[in-house]
Design a protein around this ligand. Structure first.
Ligand code: PLP
Length: 373
C-alpha cells in the first residue's frame, strides 16, 4: 500500500509548552492553535496543551471547533469578529476578542456583554510598527478610555514584525511604544490594564517584556522561532513526523537523467530509490536536487541521509541511496521531516519557513497520533 504518514507526538507538544512556562514563568500562556494547530490537528493539540491558560485562533469556525472539542478556558479570536452578528455570537460562546479597528469598537460599544462574560475582556490591538492590524498612536488612548468606560477589561496587545531577528531596530521601537502607552493607560485609565506582547520569538529574545500573557505558536510545535538558534538548542521537540516509504529501487546509468525535465544527470551509475511522497502530499516541489531525507534501515535502526535527485513530482521523489547498505529493504521508512531532517532545515531548502510547510500538508497523508516514535 502506498504510505505517506503524518505522525503527531502529543508528548512533544506538552514538553514544548513546559519550555514556554520555564521561559515565561510569570505570564499566562495563550497557546496559538490557529490553522488547525499549525497543521498538527486541533483535536490532538488541545489535550496536549491542556495546561495552557487559553488558546488563540484566527477564525470563528476554529473557535467553535475548539469549544465543541471541550476547551473550556479562554478562547481568543486574534483577528476579532467580522460583523455585529459575530460579536453577538462571540458573547454567546464566551469568546474573548481582539479589537483592532473602528467597526469592531462600534459593535463592542453597542452591545456590551454581562459583567461576568469572558467577552467583557477585550484584547485592544495597538499598531506599534507591524502596520497590519491595530489602532495608531493618536487614537489608542482615546479608544482604551471608551472601552474602559463601557465596562470592558483591557489587555493591551501588539505583534512584533521582526522578533525572530534580535538585531532588528524595529524591535526596540515597538517595545518602546508599547511600554510607553501601557504606562500611560495604567496611569490615566486603569491600573488594572493587562498587556500581551510576545509571540514565540519574543518569548525567547525579549524576556523582560513578557507581561501578563505570552502568545506562543510555532515553538509549541517544535520549530525554532529565531534565526540564530536551532530548535534543539532551545530544547524544543518536533511534534510532527512526516514520512513515507521506499516503493522501488533502480540503478540509473551514468549520463542518464532522472524525472520530469530530465535536469539531474547521473555522473556515474547511481543507485536510487523512489519514495512515495510528492507535492500532492504537501512536500514542497521547490526543494528539487537539494533537500535531504533520512532513510531508516529497519534491520539496524540506523538512519542515513540521502539527497533528492531530480524534480519532486506529485506522488513521488527519487533519492540517491548509493551510500546505503546493499541490502536496504524495499518499504524502508523515509523521514521527510521530524527529528532529522528538521522541518526548519527543509524549509531553508525550500526558501520558506517551517510554519508554511507544517500548515500546508494535504489531506492525502494518513494521520497518526503517537507519544513516542
Ligand atoms: C497575534 C499573534 N500572536 C501570536 C502569534 C504566534 O506567533 P508564533 O507562531 O511566531 O509564535 C501569531 C501568529 O501569527 C499572531 O498572529
Amino acid at each position: 500500500m502506498r504510505t505517506a504518514t503524518v505522525t503527531i507526538k502529543p508528548d512533544a507538544l506538552t514538553h514544548n509548552l513546559r519550555q514556554v512556562r520555564k521561559l515565561a514563568p510569570k505570564s499566562k500562556v495563550l497557546a496559538m492553535v490557529k490553522a488547525n494547530a499549525y497543521g498538527h490537528g486541533i483535536a490532538v493539540a488541545l489535550p496536549a496543551l491542556q495546561q495552557a491558560d487559553g488558546i488563540g485562533v484566527a477564525s470563528f469556525t476554529e473557535a467553535l471547533e475548539a469549544r465543541e472539542l471541550g476547551w473550556q478556558k479562554t478562547i481568543g479570536l486574534i483577528e476579532g469578529v467580522f460583523s455585529a452578528d459575530e460579536w453577538q455570537q462571540a458573547i454567546d460562546n464566551d469568546f474573548s476578542c481582539v479589537i483592532h479597528h473602528l467597526p469592531q469598537l462600534q459593535w463592542a460599544l453597542e452591545n456590551v456583554p454581562d459583567a461576568d462574560s469572558p467577552t467583557r475582556t477585550v484584547w485592544l490591538k495597538y499598531n506599534t510598527g507591524m502596520n497590519r492590524l491595530g489602532f495608531a498612536d493618536d487614537t489608542i488612548v482615546e479608544i482604551a478610555k471608551q472601552l474602559h468606560s463601557a465596562g470592558y477589561q483591557l489587555i493591551l496587545t501588539t505583534h512584533f514584525a521582526n522578533a525572530d531577528n534580535n538585531e532588528h531596530p524595529l524591535n526596540a521601537k515597538q517595545i518602546q511604544c508599547f511600554s510607553a502607552v501601557l504606562a500611560g493607560l495604567k496611569q490615566t485609565v486603569s491600573a488594572d490594564i493587562k498587556a500581551s506582547l510576545c509571540n514565540s520569538a519574543g518569548i525567547i529574545n525579549f524576556p523582560e517584556y513578557h507581561y501578563d500573557w505570552v502568545r506562543p505558536g510555532i515553538m509549541l510545535y517544535g520549530s525554532s522561532p529565531v534565526i540564530d538558534k536551532r530548535a534543539d538548542e532551545l530544547s524544543l521537540q518536533p511534534a510532527m513526523d512526516f514520512s513515507a516509504r521506499i516503493m522501488a529501487m533502480q540503478i540509473v546509468k551514468a549520463g542518464s537523467a532522472i524525472g520530469y525535465g530530465s535536469h539531474w544527470l547521473a555522473e556515474q551509475d547511481t543507485k536510487t530509490a523512489l519514495v512515495s511522497i510528492g507535492y500532492g502530499d504537501g512536500y514542497p516541489r521547490v526543494v528539487a536536487d537539494c533537500a535531504e531525507v533520512c532513510v531508516i534501515d529497519a534491520s539496524s535502526g540506523k538512519s542515513y541521509r540521502c539527497a533528492i535527485r531530480g524534480r519532486v513530482a506529485m506522488d513521488m521523489i527519487t533519492i540517491d541511496i548509493s551510500a546505503l547498505p546493499e541490502n536496504i529493504a524495499l518499504d524502508s521508512r523515509v523521514v521527510l521531516w521530524g527529528d532529522a531532517p528538521h522541518v526548519d532545515e527543509v524549509a531553508a531548502y525550500a526558501g520558506t519557513i517551517g510554519y508554511e510547510l507544517l500548515c500546508r500538508l494535504s489531506l492525502r497523508p494518513e494521520r497518526q497520533v503517537c507519544s513516542s516514535l
